[in-house]
Ligand binder design. Structure first.
Ligand code: HEC
Ligand code: HEC
Length: 240
C-alpha cells in the first residue's frame, strides 16, 4: 500500500511538472496542423484546379492527366511551414512547366489575390476539405502565424541575397529597383496571406524570367525549407 501511494504521489508531481510543458507544446502544435479553412476556400480551389487546367497535366486523388507528376504529395501537409514552403516547390518547377504549357497550347494562368491560397487549401486539405468548407469565396485573413512557425527569418534574410532576389527587388530599403518592392508583404502573417505569396510569384514568373535572361542572372532553386525561411523574413518584417 505504502509503495503504491508513493507511486501516486510521484504521478501527481510528474503531472504538475509536465502539465505546463504539454500546454506550451499545444500552442506550438497549433501551427503544425492548420485547418483547410484557415488557408482558403477549398471548394473554390477545386474549381481553380479545373479552370486553370492544372488537371489536364496533373492528377489529384486519382483524377486528371498523367503528363506531369500527381499532386497528391501535398495532401495532409497542413503546417504553416509546409504551406509557406509550397512557394519554393512552385518556384522550382515553373521554369520547366512553362514549355509544357506552350507545347500543350494551354494558356499560362495568372492568379487573382486569394486564388492561390484557395488552390493550396484544396491540394493540401484534400477534396474532403472542399466538401466541408463553409468559408465564403475570397474570405480574408485569420490569426497571425508566429514567424518562428513559418521558419527562420535570419536565414531568410540571407537567402534574399543569396538567391539573388535583392538584385531586382528591394525590402526594408535594401536591394534593387528593377522589380516591385516586397515591403507590402511585411506584417501579413495569416496562413492565407502566406499561402497566397505563391500566386503573386506564379503570375509574375514569365515576366520575371525575361528579366533574369536580360540581366544574365541564373534562376535559383530552393532546397526544402528555404522558401519557408524566406517567407518568414518577408512576411515577418525587415530586420537590421
Ligand atoms: C501543360 C502541362 C501542365 C499544366 C497545365 C500544369 N503543370 Fe504543373 N507541372 C508540369 C510539369 C511537366 C511538371 C514537372 C516539371 C519539372 O520537372 O520540374 C510540373 C510540376 C508541378 C509541380 C511540382 C510537382 C512535384 O512533384 O514537385 C507543382 C506543384 C505544379 N506543377 C503545380 C501546378 C499547378 C498548381 C497547375 C495549375 C495552375 C499546374 N501545375 C499546371 C506541367 C503542367
Ligand atoms: C532579374 C531580376 C529579378 C530577380 C533576380 C528576381 N525577380 Fe522577382 N520579379 C522581377 C520582375 C521584373 C517582376 C515583375 C514582373 C511583372 O511585372 O509581373 C517580379 C515579380 C516578382 C513577384 C511578384 C511581385 C508582386 O508585387 O506581386 C514575386 C513574389 C517575386 N518576383 C519573387 C522573387 C523572389 C522570391 C526572388 C528571388 C528568389 C526574385 N523574385 C528574383 C524580377 C526579378
Amino acid at each position: 500500500m505504502q509503495t503504491s501511494l508513493g507511486f501516486v504521489a510521484w504521478g501527481v508531481r510528474l503531472a504538475l511538472f509536465l502539465g505546463p510543458i504539454a500546454c506550451n507544446a499545444g500552442e506550438e502544435d497549433r501551427w503544425k496542423d492548420l485547418t483547410a479553412e484557415e488557408i482558403g476556400d477549398a471548394g473554390k480551389g477545386a474549381q481553380i484546379f479545373r479552370d486553370n487546367r492544372c488537371v489536364e497535366c496533373h492528377s489529384f486523388e486519382g483524377e486528371g492527366g498523367s503528363d506531369a507528376p500527381p499532386l497528391d504529395f501535398m495532401k495532409g501537409k497542413m503546417s504553416a511551414r509546409d504551406v509557406a514552403d509550397m512557394t519554393g516547390t512552385l518556384w522550382n518547377h515553373i521554369p520547366h512547366m512553362i514549355p509544357a504549357f506552350e507545347a500543350e497550347q494551354i494558356p499560362y494562368p495568372t492568379f487573382e489575390e486569394g486564388e492561390m491560397a484557395d488552390l493550396i487549401a484544396y491540394l493540401h486539405g484534400g477534396s474532403g476539405a472542399a466538401a466541408d468548407s463553409t468559408a465564403p469565396a475570397g474570405h480574408e485573413g485569420g490569426a497571425d502565424v508566429p514567424v518562428e512557425a513559418l521558419g527562420d527569418p535570419s536565414n531568410g534574410r540571407r537567402l534574399f541575397d543569396d538567391k539573388k532576389c535583392s538584385e531586382c527587388h528591394s525590402y526594408g530599403g535594401m536591394g534593387g529597383e528593377d522589380a516591385p518592392s516586397f515591403d507590402d508583404m511585411a506584417g501579413h502573417l495569416s496562413a492565407r496571406e502566406v499561402a497566397d505569396m505563391g500566386g503573386r510569384m506564379w503570375s509574375s514568373f514569365p515576366e520575371m524570367l525575361m528579366h533574369f535572361e536580360e540581366e544574365g542572372v541564373e534562376v535559383p532553386t530552393f532546397a526544402p525549407g528555404e522558401a519557408a525561411d524566406l517567407l518568414a523574413y518577408l512576411h515577418g518584417g525587415p530586420m537590421p
